[in-house]
Design a protein around this ligand. Structure first.
Ligand code: FES
Ligand code: FES
Length: 162
């Protein structure tokens, strides 16, 4: 067993796990944050996406020990002061989910995408960057609409200033 210490959603947390424990398992089983899902365990579906030091990663693709010392944000860390994050609100508004299994990973990927592109996002880019996130329900159309709407919501002030 080895000790892992992380900052998760702004809080320092520690736990003991085996060296082979995946970050997603540590998040779900040691920390009880089950909003991060496991769809494949093999780096394909994107259900497990979290942010590590501000960038989206598939948390089934690294070991918990490799993430030790980093800052992790999970889907539980996005809402603030009882308000959904704009990307979460856009998924609700634009019906970007059905069963919801892929949604936490989709939302975390979308937040990072919007942050990186600084408002300059078009449909083709959203579709391209969502390639690593699989949804078996929606056909993606409303997910793309939601991401574009959130992009406008989150960056309209920034674009006006440019
Ligand atoms: S569970 Fe990580 S990519 Fe599918
Ligand atoms: S909403 Fe069901 S997998 Fe995406």
């Amino acid at each position: 067993m080895t000790k892992v210490t992380l900052t998760v959603n702004g809080r320092t947390v520690s736990g003991e796990c085996e060296e082979r424990t995946l970050l997603v398992s540590f998040i779900r089983e040691n920390l009880g944050l089950t909003g991060t899902h496991v769809g494949c365990d093999t780096n394909q579906c994107g259900a497990c996406v979290v942010h590590m030091d501000g960038k989206s990663i598939k948390s089934c693709s690294i070991l918990a020990v490799q993430a030790s010392g980093s800052s992790i944000t999970t889907i539980e860390g996005l809402a603030a002061n009882g308000e959904l994050h704009p990307v979460q609100a856009a998924f609700r508004e634009h019906h970007g989910l059905q069963c919801g299994f892929c949604t936490p990973g989709m939302v975390m990927t979308a937040v990072d995408m919007i942050n990186r592109h600084g408002g300059h996002l078009d449909e083709a880019t959203v579709r391209h960057e969502l390639e690593g996130n699989i949804c078996r329900c929606t056909g993606y159309h409303n997910i793309v609409k939601a991401v574009l709407a959130a992009n406008t919501e989150m960056t309209s002030g920034r674009q006006a200033a440019e």
